[in-house]
Design a protein around this ligand. Sequence first.
Ligand SMILES: Cc1cc2nc3c(=O)[nH]c(=O)nc-3n(C[C@H](O)[C@H](O)[C@H](O)COP(=O)(O)OP(=O)(O)OC[C@H]3O[C@@H](n4cnc5c(N)ncnc54)[C@H](O)[C@@H]3O)c2cc1C
Length: 304
Amino acid sequence: MSFVEIVVVGAGIAGLSCARALAEGGARVRVLDRGRVVGGRLASRRVDGRYADIGAAYLVADDPAFVAQTESWHARGLARPWTDTLRVYPEGTDTRGPVRWAAPGGLRSLAADLADGLDVRLSTPVASVESVARGADAVVLAMPGPQALKLSPPPAIASAAAAQSWRPVIAAVLTYPARSWNGLRGAFVNDHPVLATVFDDGDRRGDAAPVLVAHSTAELASEHLDAPAEAGPVLAAAVGELLGITDSPRIETHRWTYAQPEKTSEAPYASDGRVWLCGDAFGRPRVQTAWLSGRAVADALLGG
Ligand SMILES: Cc1cc2nc3c(=O)[nH]c(=O)nc-3n(C[C@H](O)[C@H](O)[C@H](O)COP(=O)(O)OP(=O)(O)OC[C@H]3O[C@@H](n4cnc5c(N)ncnc54)[C@H](O)[C@@H]3O)c2cc1C
C-alpha cells in the first residue's frame, strides 16, 4: 500500500519504532513531539556534564524482534548487557533475573538512533487529532492514553485510552561526593512508603560516576506532583537510610505524571478508522512493549 502521509504523534520508543518500520516499508512519515528531544520516558538528563537515566532504568529483551534490535544497538556500541542481579529490600538479598541492558550514552541515545534519518519535528505540541489529520492517510498517537484523550480522538480510541489507568513517579538524581555503596547495582524496594527503586547510574552507564537514581512510590509522587522538587530530599533521606550513606547528595528531580500504566490491554494497539493508539499500555509496561506496539501498528498499516 502506498501512503500519501502518515503522522505519528509522539517520539517516544513506540512512535519511533512505528515511524521507522513505516519508513522502511516505503511510507512517508512525519513524527511530531512536543518535547525538545526524542525519547519520551526513555529519558536521559544532563547533570554535571554527564547523562543520567531518569525514566526507564534499563531494557529487558525477550521478544525475538526486540532481541534483534537490542543486538543491533549492542553491535554498534550503543547498548550493553548490564546485570542480571539486583537487590530486593527490605530483605537486602540479591536476586537473579533476566539480563538488563543499559546504554553507555544514556538510554535516550537508543531513541535518537531510531530517529536518525526520520522526519521528526520537535517542540511541536499537537492540540487535536483533527489538526494533523488533514491530508494524512493515518494518524498514530504513540503516547499514554490520558495524553491521547486530550487530543479529542475518535470513540474507539477514546474508550481504549480511558480504560487505562496510570501511576505517577518522581525520579531523583542523587550526585554524591564519592561512591560508598559497594556491590549495589540497583534495588527494588518493596513496602516502602516513599522509595520504589534505586539504581547505580555510574555502574549501568559504565563511567563509575557517584550517581544514584531513585524512583518514588506513586503515593509520594501523588503528594508532590505540583512541587516535585520537594520530594527530592525525602527520596535522598530514604536512600541514605537504606544504603547507609552519610554523605549529602546534590539533588535533581523529574516528575513523570504518567509513568507506568496499572491496567494494560491484551491487544497490541487500538484503532478507529484512520486513527491508531499505541504505547506501553498494550502489554507489560516496559520499553520492549512500547517498541512492539509501535511496530504492530506499522505492520497493520503496511499490510492494510
Ligand atoms: C520512572 C520510570 C521507570 C521505568 N523503568 C523502566 C524499566 O526499568 N524498564 C523498562 O523496560 N521500562 C521502564 N519504564 C517504562 C518505559 O519508559 C516505557 O514503557 C516506554 O518508554 C514508553 O514509551 P512510549 O513511546 O509508549 O511512551 P512515551 O515515552 O511516554 O512517549 C510519548 C511521547 O508523546 C509525546 N506527546 C504526548 N502528548 C503529545 C502532544 N499532545 N503533542 C506532541 N507530543 C506529545 C511525549 O512528549 C512523549 O515524547 C519506566 C518508566 C518510568 C517513567
